[in-house]
Design a protein around this ligand. Sequence first.
Ligand code: ADP
Length: 257
Amino acid sequence: AQTELIRAQRFESLAMLAGGLSHDLRNLLQPLLFAGESLRDHAEDPQLARLGALVRDCGKRGLDMVQSMLSFARGARRAEQVRLGALMDALGLLLQGSVPRAIHMGMVVDAPELTFAGNHTELQQCLLNLCLNAIQAMPEGGELRIETAQERLDAEFFMSDEQSHPGRHLRLSVIDNGPGMSREVLARLFEPFFTTKENGTGLGLLSCRRIVVSHGGVMRVDSAPGRGTRFDLYIPLQELAADTAEANGDDSDSLEG
Ligand code: ADP
């Protein structure tokens, strides 16, 4: 429990640092982006316009990184009633523009009318991260599958260092048949700033896990070289009403953490 606590504290300080830093960086980058854009669009000298475009693109990349740092650092938002169908529709819409032709995407939603206590925006962000990772892992194309299911998890399912809420869960799965991950990559997957991408932030999966944990859930990954990658998010199905949460003996504000 001691190491668990130290890990949690480290994680919190890191989140605070990232949060503070990204606010300042955003304030610096926004004018840079604006200046680059103006130069690109209005400079008479083509050389200057090219420089403007370069400044603009770097600024944009920086802002994207800051955005993912911010969403990692932001604490969980309030619990609301999430409708599974609406969540998956929103995800589908967001993905529409980002799925290259060579990628075949399939989505199976088992119970669109299902509602549960959670945060739509956060879960959407989390799923989007996983899908974009899958897409980026398959530059030559491949299959991206998104599935939902309901499963009852018993106490044995949970590992000793995980929060366990045995009972009914929603499983959200993102599955790709890309190159998969080596043991070395898998071992470092949730390390802050660990990335194998040139422009990666290494915060995507950490931020996903943070969101899942703040929903009282757990996240599993199954991946091997040549066998593709599968992420499963298990979100406990809880009603929004506070009295229901109390009746289950849950801490009803687990979403605030
Ligand atoms: P980033 O995407 O910025 O690199 P992440 O935390 O989201 O940060 O991912 C960390 C690393 O995990 C990636 O750089 C990549 O090596 C690996 N990874 C994540 N998802 C997949 C996937 N679906 N297939 C293969 N590798 C993946």
